[in-house]
Design a binder for this molecule. Structure first.
Ligand SMILES: C[S@@+](CC[C@H](N)C(=O)[O-])C[C@H]1O[C@@H](n2cnc3c(N)ncnc32)[C@H](O)[C@@H]1O
Length: 285
């Protein structure tokens, strides 16, 4: 079975509408510097960003690895790919990544590129795949022996807005159900170490990037808006799948808006990160 056949029904839950692209862009503004700190590429590294979206993190990494380095961002969706190229061209940064359209399950690399990257990473990709193991094995194949594979993803069990917004549990469970409805894993964050170990990587480590905040903090409104934005984007999937009825959806959304305005509100959430080294001898996939 080809990789494409293995995941031909894979659907990206959030889509690529202009509203969704604005949300993704805001999320990048909030997270990228902290993600760069954890990813920690070396100057001169060749880096692969799989499922790069709008390419903002690819660009931050490209600036970090400098002129002697190279960043290649892979994105499947045509709108995201074109927008990534457009944003990069507008930014006119000295060291821009290359963007290439293609599938994480069948990376569009030339023969001479496999096994040449120092680091391959993905962020918020694996939770959208029915076959994350294939994507990880492609990343390992892309990396040189001794190079790093870095995964950052959500675990929707570790998400606690407090005081809990009215109607939140029904909304959140329906949102989690929309991942499961697509055959994807909303709890993949906790499995990242396991997936790297199963894939045969060495020196595995885990960490997290805080993506919460509390009322009164500079970034809280944006963090809360991101939560509201994902719920707007998933509405159709939740309703059409019978995961939630329309009135419960609106009740939950009103609860989120009230929560965002409450001066005592806090969001406790961290992105799960894990990385491992590709063995010096070849891994058989
Ligand atoms: C939540 S976004 C994250 C984008 C980026 N990694 C970031 O952190 O900002 C997930 C991205 O993965 C892309 N994607 C989903 N499935 C893919 C696949 N099989 N191959 C490549 N990209 C994929 C989506 O189109 C979307 O742009």
């Amino acid at each position: 079975m080809s990789n494409q056949a293995a995941d031909k029904t894979s659907t990206y839950l959030h889509g690529s509408s202009p509203e969704e692209q604005a949300r993704l862009s805001m999320l990048n503004d909030l997270l990228n510097q902290e993600c760069l700190r954890v990813l920690n590429p070396d100057s001169g590294n060749r880096v692969l960003d799989v499922g790069c979206g709008l390419g903002q993190l690819s660009r931050v990494v490209a600036c970090s690895v400098g002129a002697d380095g190279f960043v290649l961002g892979i994105e499947r969706d045509t709108q995201q790919y074109l927008q990534a190229k457009k944003l990069a061209a507008e930014a006119k940064e000295r060291n821009l990544p290359e963007f290439r359209q293609g599938d994480a399950l069948q990376l569009p690399l030339d023969d001479c590129e496999w096994g040449t990257f120092d680091v391959a990473y993905c962020r918020f990709l694996l939770e959208h795949l029915q076959n994350p193991v294939i994507a990880i094995s492609q990343m390992i194949k892309a990396v040189r022996p001794g190079g790093r594979v870095f995964l950052a993803d959500d675990d929707h069990d570790y998400f606690h807005p407090w005081p809990e917004p009215a109607g939140f549990q029904a909304l959140w469970q329906a949102y989690i159900g929309s991942y499961q409805r697509l055959g994807n894993d909303p709890f993949i964050g906790r499995r990242l170490v396991f997936l790297l170990r199963e894939a045969g990587l060495n020196s595995i480590r885990n960490s997290s990037v805080f993506f919460g905040g509390c009322a009164g903090n500079e970034t809280f409104e944006a963090v809360a808006d991101n939560l509201i934005g994902v719920m707007v984007g998933a509405k159709e999937l939740m309703l059409s799948g019978g995961l939630l009825d329309e009135s419960s959806y609106h009740f939950g959304m009103d609860g989120l808006v009230q929560w965002k305005r409450n001066p005592a509100s806090a969001l406790w959430y961290s992105v799960c990160c894990a990385e491992g080294l590709v063995p010096l001898e070849e891994v058989s996939n």
